[in-house]
Design a binder for this molecule. Structure first.
Ligand code: GN1
Ligand code: MG
Length: 369
């Protein structure tokens, strides 16, 4: 466990002073924050499971701003859920307050921690099993976009400035490659060159935004399959999670991350590149599900550019993994040496598959419109 049980108990006590922590386990998902599942007895007859998270200060410079976004978005989801007779305990995250009424602990020694209720009988998956699963997930992310179109008040805080500025991501990769602090460049030169070769395709979405063809929206920005909870009994998508990067962005970023995480049924760090292939039935379901969920919110150009979103997000993450590999694995959590390089290679391969398949993907979009 990254944090000691004692420390986690101290954190929980700030939220539930009378609670008794009965069980703690670490959640292995997520590349950035540290997450624990904690069973806590609040009263003798009331035992609940909570998700207790330590947020990464290095990655998120403005954590109070981040929590403001998360609470505003969750509030908007709760209003929508109520208006549409959705399940009020399972369709959005319920954040707990500390004894002082704060949404998180912000402590120099303990760190920045928040707690929300665990949703029972739900699962986040790493690989899409079927076109139907892809459809339901995409519909939920499309709906999320529709829900947030009604968000009022000031622009959300940019929790990570220039998060999906693909051009800047390339610039940082070039810098990391030329600095080559750890002498890793020679061993990854072929990957670097192949990534640089597809840059024009990866920039198409951003260029359309710069030309004013597509609008800024409030989007999730990390719309991968594992960030949707699916009901273990029905397989239905029940709740969008991980709202930390929910901020202004492009619809194509969300569709793109779904295409990245679902169109090939392989893990993000697949070693055998020959296994990485686009499942066109799944891809088609993603388009149909996303358009159904978004329910007319997207303009014609945003719809046309959905496949470009897939290429942008897949290439961008390949760029980010390789940058982190050159910089010494300081951003993404890794489970083994070389994981960031392997992730980068597999995401690059997937982006290349999408580029090869672009005419066919455009046809799928045209016939789904
Ligand atoms: C990170 O921590 P996690 O797994 O939710 C990253 C995303 C990447 C993703 C790749 C804040 O998300 O941008 O697409 O890994 N989040 C941040 O799996 O950088
Ligand atoms: Mg995330």
């Amino acid at each position: 466990m990254t944090h000691s049980k004692e420390l986690i108990k101290q954190v929980v006590a700030r939220f539930f002073p009378d609670g008794e922590v009965v069980h703690i386990e670490q959640c292995n998902g997520g590349h950035i924050n540290q997450t624990y599942f904690v069973d806590c007895r609040i009263t003798p007859s009331d035992m609940n499971r909570y998700v207790v998270q330590c947020l990464n200060r290095k990655v998120f410079p403005d954590l109070p701003g981040l929590m403001d976004n998360v609470l505003r978005v969750s509030e908007q989801m709760s209003v929508y859920a109520q208006e549409h007779n959705m399940n009020m305990t399972r369709s959005y995250l319920h954040f707990m307050r500390t004894v002082d009424g704060a949404p998180a602990i912000d402590d120099k020694e303990l760190g920045f921690w928040r707690v929300y209720r665990y949703i029972n009988n739900a699962v986040g998956k790493l690989v899409a099993e079927s076109p139907l699963e892809a459809f339901k997930t995409a519909e939920a992310f499309g709906l999320f976009q529709g829900m947030l179109a009604g968000l009022t008040g000031p622009r959300l805080v940019e929790t990570i400035p220039a998060f999906h500025d693909t051009r800047k991501r390339f610039e940082r990769l070039e810098r990391a490659a030329s600095e080559d602090k750890l002498g890793r460049f020679e061993g990854a030169k072929d990957v670097y060159e192949a990534i640089m070769a597809i840059k024009p395709y990866a920039l198409a979405l951003q260029e359309a935004f710069e030309k004013g063809e597509i609008p800024e929206r409030v989007v999730h920005n990390d719309a991968k399959l594992s960030n949707i909870l699916l009901d273990i009994n029905t397989g239905n998508a029940i709740c969008v999670i991980d709202l930390d990067t929910c901020m202004p962005g492009l619809a194509g970023h969300d569709f793109g991350d779904m295409a990245r995480s679902m169109s090939s049924q392989t893990p993000e760090d697949e070693e055998d590149l020959s296994k990485i292939k686009i499942n066109f039935e799944i891809y088609e379901s993603l388009i149909k599900g996303f358009l159904k969920g978004a329910n007319g919110v997207l303009n014609t150009r945003e719809v046309e550019l959905l496949p470009d979103g897939g290429i942008a997000m897949t290439t961008e993450v390949a760029v980010r993994f390789l940058t982190d590999y050159f910089e010494g694995d300081v951003y993404f959590n890794i489970k083994y040496e070389g994981q960031n390089l392997r992730r980068s290679k597999s995401q690059l391969r997937l982006a290349q598959c999408m580029i090869e398949a672009l005419p066919r993907l455009r046809k799928l979009v045209n016939s789904a419109k």
